[in-house]
Design a protein. Structure first.
Ligand code: UVW
Length: 326
């Protein structure tokens, strides 16, 4: 796990060695930067996104928190729990707060993992070698993220031109298979087949069909020996993301990558190479079924993307409901 426990075990493959010599954007936007590659989304990029709007159709990409079918998330995390603290039952038993005039209202609370739904990861969410994005000390994560928390992304917001690459549809599948991988060359092939160009500074949205499968299969079947499909690590892929100045990677999977690199055995190498080293924002667990079906129907795979996670002080991630405008 990305040296999360700072152990050096000589028998294990090593993230630091794997990523040695690959590009880093540390310092590029100053010593205090906490939003990384989102800095690429300048005013000109926002206008490029606006220029991609053609029809006025809108789509929201968040999965439902507390859906009766369950909350899709990393299996080690716990599902959300929402409770009413005030509803008609309180009025029925005379336990309600008094409101002059007779108006009534309901209240509730939720307990959830901040990464337990569609979410932005903070840039400091994953690290190795005791350093986070921009070189911040891993000590700064203790008790809440003092550096590179999700708050910085939330305060900034994310607006730009996005391109959807439908890898599942490109491979003639409803959903990619268990552990099925693809790389940047596959993305380029799929883009060509879709008739769209991935341009420099595009927000990259990738559909594998995985979230659709969660609701179709049900959570028990979905989580059985879970091995997500996804992007797979290579040095060329990391260099491509760097050269393309991709600000934000958005996918319908839990981890935005195959969790274990099939070649080296290193786990979550793209969290380390793209998020920690290049400062690329990660948005995970989006639901793309409606958007992808619409794009396949009208052939418009590029559009304006807007999102802002919740402003959680010290958060390593936060829920978000991105909105796409075609
Ligand atoms: C981990 O990588 C541990 O989590 P996530 O997929 O939510 O970023």
């Amino acid at each position: 796990m990305c040296d999360l426990h700072n152990k050096s075990n000589n028998n294990e493959p090593n993230t630091k060695q794997l990523l040695e010599g690959l590009p880093k954007n540390w310092g590029k936007w100053g010593p205090d930067d906490e939003v990384g590659a989102l800095n690429y989304l300048t005013e000109a990029e926002v206008l490029r996104g606006v220029a991609a709007v053609r029809q006025g159709k809108t789509f929201t990409l968040q999965v439902q928190i507390g859906h009766p079918g369950g909350d899709p998330m990393w299996p080690a995390r716990n599902p959300s729990m929402r409770f009413n603290t005030l509803d008609h039952s309180h009025y029925h038993f005379g336990k309600q707060p008094h409101m002059t005039g007779g108006a009534a209202y309901s209240d509730d609370v939720i307990f959830m993992q901040l990464q337990g739904s569609t979410q932005y990861d903070a840039l400091g969410h994953a690290w190795y070698d005791n350093q986070l994005w921009n070189g911040y000390d891993a000590q700064s994560t203790v008790g809440g993220m003092a550096k590179a928390s999700v708050l910085a992304i939330a305060e900034r917001g994310v607006v730009g031109r996005a391109v959807l690459i439908d890898m599942a549809r490109h491979r003639g599948k409803k959903c990619l298979g268990r552990g099925e991988t693809f790389n940047h060359l596959d993305l380029l092939d799929a883009a060509k087949a879709q008739g769209v160009t991935i341009e420099k500074r595009d927000i990259l949205i990738i559909r594998t069909g995985s979230m659709g499968a969660f609701y179709e299969l049900g959570k028990t079947e979905f989580f059985k020996d879970l091995m997500e499909p996804g992007l797979t690590y290579s040095r060329e892929l990391v260099e491509w993301f760097h050269e393309m100045e991709i600000p934000n990677l958005v996918t319908d999977t839990i981890a935005n990558e195959v969790i274990t690199d099939p070649v080296s055995g290193v786990q979550i190498p793209l969290h380390c190479a793209l998020m920690r080293n290049l400062g690329i924002a990660f948005t995970e667990i989006v639901l793309l079924e409606d958007l992808a079906a619409d794009c396949a129907n009208d052939g418009q795979w590029k559009f304006l993307y807007t999102a802002a996670p919740l402003k959680i002080v010290g958060g390593s991630g936060a829920p978000v409901n991105p909105v796409v405008i075609k």
